[in-house]
Design a protein around this ligand. Structure first.
Ligand SMILES: Cc1ncc(COP(=O)(O)O)c(C=O)c1O
Length: 363
């Protein structure tokens, strides 16, 4: 028998997009793929070289706690980027990208039979992690009128964990520090944890967004960072969790069972990545150039670009994904990410600049 939670799960939406792309390619239609958020950007040569230099004759099982150098690089980055002191020994644990750690958090905390809350539209992993852990799910609509922020007064009483994700996939909305402050206060008052998925904090275009780590009392805050988007390293699988010694201690106890520490040569390449900002500036400049090409073309169609202040996404009201697909432009229908996404499509700015120019012409 298959686990009924797995059997009852709809196909992961991006599998459906991939099927649509393959069908079109088989029909000879050239497809420009703005679907899945997997950067096509090159990983900086300096980072690749660090990986090559670290490749040993024999690579042993990596320890769940990670290399001290990596934890120190992550803590140093938190201090430079957000002005917060995080203890690399007690408050940081490396993760295999962030998806697996996001998925399993509900098993690490006491959530079974209690409520896990997140806004929708959303990255699908918060829900899946909650369901596999036997928790109840409560979604809060993220709508334009509220700046795509959840109504914190709607958090139910028996809540164990609240997920937030800013800059937000799929809308590109950014949360102000005051939002995190209010959420952390509520978490202390009502005894729940706040999990802040910060995969996109480094892909910004006007002002660097804040982190939930910056709140006054971060004892109930658990932050998930990753090199996937910041350093275009999705395939390396490298991120970290920053949280209280209690939560990090629980993660260090849980994670050896699952075996999800990044390979040590990946950890050493990650040290090089966290210690460098030049390549991140260059990455932002490449995304900015793509935005500059696509935003006017989308607006010229009479469609509206909503939120989209940060991330690699444009959240577009009024466009139709099926119609775009007929022209060879693959985007994600907003409803993939939850019912409040209906009426929108998401462009992931992953094609090359030349492809973005071609897509602008097609539009
Ligand atoms: C909102 C959000 N969180 C987390 C992730 C996970 O990224 P990774 O596991 O590569 O760190 C993604 C990836 O697309 C994402 O969109």
């Amino acid at each position: 028998m298959i686990n009924p939670t797995l059997a009852g799960m709809a196909t992961y939406p991006f599998v459906r997009l991939e099927e649509a792309r393959r069908r079109l390619l088989a029909d000879g239609v050239e497809v420009i793929d703005f679907g899945k958020g997997d950067p096509n950007e090159p990983t900086d040569p300096m980072i690749r070289q660090a990986l090559v230099d670290a490749l040993p004759e024999r690579s042993p099982y990596p320890l769940a706690q990670g290399l001290p150098e990596l934890r120190e690089a992550a803590a140093g980055w938190c201090a430079r980027r957000f002005g917060v002191e995080v203890d690399p020994g007690a408050e940081i644990v490396p993760t295999y990208g962030s998806k697996e750690a996001i998925f399993s958090l509900a098993q690490v905390l006491d959530t079974a039979g209690r409520t896990i809350v997140f806004g929708e539209p959303a990255y699908p992993v918060y829900e899946r992690g909650a369901l596999f852990a036997g928790a109840e799910v409560r979604t809060l609509p993220l709508v334009r009128e509220n700046g795509f922020l959840p109504d914190l007064d709607a958090i139910p009483d028996d809540t164990a964990l609240v997920w937030v994700n800013y800059p937000h996939n799929p809308t590109g909305a950014v949360a102000p520090l005051a939002f995190y402050e209010r959420l952390a206060e509520l978490a202390a008052e009502r005894d729940f944890y706040v999990a802040s998925d910060e995969a996109y904090t480094e892909l910004w275009f006007d002002e660097a967004p804040p982190s939930a780590l910056q709140v006054g009392d971060r004892s109930r805050v658990i932050v998930f960072q990753t090199l996937s988007k910041r350093s275009s390293m999705t395939g390396y699988r490298s991120g970290f969790v920053a949280a209280s010694p209690e939560v990090v201690g629980a993660l260090k106890a849980y994670r050896p069972t699952v075996g999800t520490a990044p390979q040590e040569f990946v950890q050493r390449a990650s040290v090089a990545a966290w210690n460098d900002e030049r390549h991140v500036d260059e990455t932002r400049a490449r995304y900015r150039a793509k935005r500059d090409v696509l935003i006017p073309a989308i607006r010229a169609k009479g469609w509206e670009i909503v939120a989209s202040e940060a991330t690699m996404y444009l959240w577009v009201a009024g466009a139709d994904a099926d119609e775009l697909l007929e022209r060879g432009i693959l985007v994600s229908p907003g409803a993939f990410f939850g019912p409040s996404g209906a009426g929108y499509v998401r462009f992931a700015l992953v094609p090359t600049l030349e492809e973005c120019e071609r897509a602008a012409d097609l539009l």
